[in-house]
Design a protein around this ligand. Structure first.
Ligand code: FAD
Length: 386
C-alpha cells in the first residue's frame, strides 16, 4: 500500500510544488515526482521577481495571493524571500503617463503603490542614472526570491511539515494507465504508483507524456537570455527594478487608457522588438547583478529552432541599455545562461482535464514564479476542497 496516493504530481518546478503544497493543506496524501536530481528548468533559471503589479487584472489577484503564501512560509523557514518592493522607472513622458494611469487603477483596486518623482526615485535607488530617470511607481509589498534556492528550501520544508508527503527525485513518470477507480503510473525506476488523481506540470518537457497533445496544442516555447555580473562594490540595489520598455510590455499597462495610442506611436521595427528585449535588474545577495532579458519564440513542433547558444548581440545590447539606465562601474559578466518557459498563444495558462482523473497544467508563461502559488491555490480550492 505504500505506493497508494490521493494525488501524484509529475514535475517538481514551481507549479507542481505549489500544487502539492495546497493539496497537502487540504489533507490529501501526495507524491511529487521530479525527473531530475532536483528542479533544473525555468523555476531555477529565472529572475526571481515576484511582481503581481505587472500582470493583468485577474492574475494580479492570483499574484497577490502568491505573495501571502511566500511570506507565510518565509515566517516559518528561510526560503530566500527579500521584501524590498518593485520599482518601475519611466524614462520619458509616455512612460510616465502610463505609470500615473496604473497608479489610479491600483487605487481603485486597493493595491498599494506610490508614485515617485525623479528625486524620490534616485533617493530610493541611487544606482539609477539621473539622466535616464523621469518618474517611478513603487510597490512596497512585492518581493524577490533567489530561484536557485527557493524551490529546494520550499520542498525541504514540505517534507518536514507534512507526514503524508513523499518527494521522489530522479523519477520520471513514463506511462499512465487509467482504471475505473485509480490511475496506475509507471516510473523510469520500474516502480508503480497508484493514485486517484494525476497532475502533470512538465514545463518544457514535451516528449515523455502526451507528445501529440503538446504538439497539437497552442503552447509556445520562449527562450530567454540572462546574465550575472561579478559582485559590484559600493552599489546597493534593493528589490526589483523594471525600466521603460517593461512599461510598454507588461500586461498591467494594457489596461491604461493611453496604452494603445502610445503603442501605436512606437517604431514598428527595432532591435528591442525583434528580440522582445526589456531591461530588468536585481541584485543578488553577494552583490552581483542579475540582468536581462530577451524573448525568442517557437511552437512545440518547431522547438529545435531555439538552440542553446547565446546570441551575443542581444547580450551586448542588454549591457549597453543597462548602462544607460543605471550609473554603474564597468559591468563584468561572470555568467550567461538561457532558460525557457512555456506560454499559450491565446490564453493565460494551459489547463486540460483529459479525464476526471488526469489533469495537465502548463503554459503559465513569464509569470510562473509570481502567480503559480496563487493559481494552484485557486485550482485546488475549486476542484478538490474536501
Ligand atoms: C530566464 C527566465 C526568467 C524568468 N523570470 C521570471 C520572474 O522574474 N518572475 C516570474 O514570475 N516568472 C519568471 N519566469 C517564468 C517562470 O520561471 C516559469 O513560469 C516557471 O518556473 C514555470 O514553472 P513550471 O513548474 O511550470 O515549469 P518548470 O520549472 O520547467 O518545471 C517542470 C518540471 O517538470 C519536470 N518533469 C517534466 N516531465 C516530467 C515527468 N514526466 N516526470 C517527472 N518530472 C517531469 C522537469 O524536470 C521540471 O523540473 C522566468 C522564466 C525564465 C526562463
Amino acid at each position: 500500500m505504500k505506493n497508494n496516493f490521493d494525488f501524484c504530481i509529475a514535475g517538481g518546478g514551481v507549479m507542481g510544488t505549489f500544487f502539492a503544497y495546497h493539496l497537502l493543506h487540504l489533507g490529501y496524501k501526495v507524491v511529487l515526482c521530479e525527473r531530475d536530481t532536483k528542479a533544473k528548468e525555468a523555476t531555477v533559471r529565472n529572475f526571481g521577481q515576484i511582481v503581481p503589479s505587472g500582470l493583468s487584472k485577474e492574475w494580479r489577484k492570483l499574484g497577490r495571493k502568491s505573495l501571502e503564501f511566500y511570506k507565510s512560509v518565509q515566517q516559518e523557514t528561510d526560503i530566500s524571500i527579500r521584501a524590498f518592493g518593485s520599482l518601475y522607472v519611466a524614462s520619458n513622458e509616455e512612460e510616465e503617463i502610463l505609470l500615473e494611469e496604473l497608479y489610479q487603477i491600483n487605487l481603485e483596486e486597493g493595491y498599494t503603490s506610490q508614485l515617485l518623482n525623479k528625486e524620490s526615485c534616485l533617493n530610493k535607488q541611487p544606482a539609477l542614472n539621473p539622466n535616464y530617470v523621469r518618474a517611478g511607481l513603487f510597490y512596497p509589498e512585492e518581493i524577490t526570491v533567489e530561484p536557485h534556492l527557493m524551490i529546494h528550501a520550499l520542498q525541504k520544508y514540505m517534507i518536514k511539515k507534512f507526514s503524508n508527503f513523499k518527494l521522489h527525485y530522479n523519477t520520471t513518470i513514463q506511462q499512465i494507465n487509467e482504471g475505473s477507480a485509480k490511475v496506475e503510473l509507471r516510473t523510469n525506476t520500474d516502480e508503480t504508483i497508484y493514485c486517484k488523481h494525476f497532475i502533470l506540470c512538465s514545463g518544457n518537457e514535451f516528449q515523455t507524456l502526451f507528445p501529440h497533445l503538446f504538439e497539437q496544442s497552442e503552447l509556445v516555447l520562449t527562450k530567454i537570455q540572462m546574465m550575472q555580473t561579478k559582485p559590484v562594490k559600493n552599489k546597493s540595489i534593493k528589490g526589483s527594478i523594471l525600466t521603460g520598455e517593461t512599461i510598454r510590455r507588461y500586461e498591467a499597462f494594457t489596461e491604461c487608457p493611453s496604452f494603445e495610442a502610445i503603442k501605436k506611436a512606437a517604431p514598428k521595427e527595432s532591435f528591442w522588438k525583434k528580440y522582445g528585449i526589456h531591461i530588468l535588474l536585481k541584485q543578488a545577495k553577494d552583490g552581483s547583478l542579475i540582468l536581462g532579458d530577451s524573448h525568442e519564440y517557437a511552437s512545440v513542433k518547431e522547438r529545435d529552432k531555439l538552440d542553446f547558444n547565446q546570441n551575443m548581440d542581444i547580450n551586448r545590447f542588454v549591457i549597453k541599455e543597462t548602462q544607460r539606465a543605471f550609473d554603474l562601474p564597468e559591468i563584468i559578466i561572470q555568467k550567461y545562461w538561457s532558460g525557457s518557459y512555456v506560454q499559450c498563444k491565446t490564453s493565460d495558462v494551459y489547463i486540460n482535464h483529459l479525464t476526471d482523473k488526469i489533469h495537465v497544467y502548463n503554459g503559465i508563461g513569464g509569470k510562473g514564479m509570481t502567480a503559480s502559488a496563487g493559481f494552484t491555490y485557486q485550482q485546488t480550492q475549486k476542484l478538490w476542497r474536501q
